[in-house]
Design a binder for this molecule. Sequence first.
Ligand SMILES: Cc1cc2nc3c(=O)[nH]c(=O)nc-3n(C[C@H](O)[C@H](O)[C@H](O)COP(=O)(O)OP(=O)(O)OC[C@H]3O[C@@H](n4cnc5c(N)ncnc54)[C@H](O)[C@@H]3O)c2cc1C
Length: 293
Amino acid sequence: MIPEIEYIKETELDLALQHLASDKKVIPFAGGTDVLIELRKSKNPFDRKALLDVKGLGLNDIYIHSDTVIIGAASTHTEVEDNEIIKSKLPVLTKASSLIGSKQIRNRGTIGGNIINASPCADTVPALLLYDAQIVIRSLSEDRTVPLSEFITSPYETVLQKDELVTEIRAFPVAEDYGWGYYKLGRRGAVNISRMTVAALMKVDGEGKINEIRVSAGSVFPITSRISDVEKMLVGEKPKAEIFRRAGEIAAEKMIETSGRRWSTPYKESVVKELIVRVLNEAYSRCKNDDLS
Ligand SMILES: Cc1cc2nc3c(=O)[nH]c(=O)nc-3n(C[C@H](O)[C@H](O)[C@H](O)COP(=O)(O)OP(=O)(O)OC[C@H]3O[C@@H](n4cnc5c(N)ncnc54)[C@H](O)[C@@H]3O)c2cc1C
């Protein structure tokens, strides 16, 4: 049962921020698909006195400003998935959003809530890391922008303070000739929270060599992150099976180095190798390069 808790809804950002800055303990929420589950699990896990609904604050615009895609933090996964700007500029995010949970979860859950919940299996995070996303944060006293790569500090922890709201996410599209891939491994037949996710963006030059590559992974490391060792190895190489296999091995080695060997390692090791190969093949198959045709 959900404990009784005060519900606050404001339509102006400053009024919402005043609640967060007050002595009263207030927790913001958007879709509530993570928060309400936590509330059910315990009497009041947040030890807070009120829930602040951010959905009336108009934080669900999606638009382009100076080549940057701005996504309101309270945009639902459905709004992100269906948005034409995101389809053309951030296709990996469209794909990630389309694979979240069920239609009902996508209709309620938001991109901001997904990032702020900071679960290692949050599906939008690997996609947004490829686009060097930044998180825009506001409080009554300060506005600040934090790279997504620094926003999540450990599983389920972020740099967000009690008096702050995330208002938008900024993402930086790449040129159209980049290929992309996104793979989510989930439990078959279930409402699919991921077991592992990998994402990649790849650009191939006129000689057929990889000249830019970005690879990220969720539920591989404690914090979803880019895999720089894999990226460094791939730059300058011709995309071929042997090189992609080596990339998978490096990702698996990095995973074991970071988290040690556990009961799940034999399974995860082979899965991460395979997913990296698949995502690189998928990204390469989408690379556009007139010099190669
Ligand atoms: C059945 C089910 C299936 C799911 N499947 C998936 C899945 O496949 N993939 C996946 O990634 N996730 C999945 N989830 C998790 C969840 O739906 C997503 O993480 C969702 O995006 C959370 O968004 P929300 O708006 O509901 O967050 P909320 O529950 O409203 O909030 C989550 C956290 O963010 C904070 N918060 C929210 N908005 C703001 C803001 N603007 N400023 C400051 N703090 C804020 C809240 O305080 C809370 O800490 C699933 C959940 C359920 C219940």
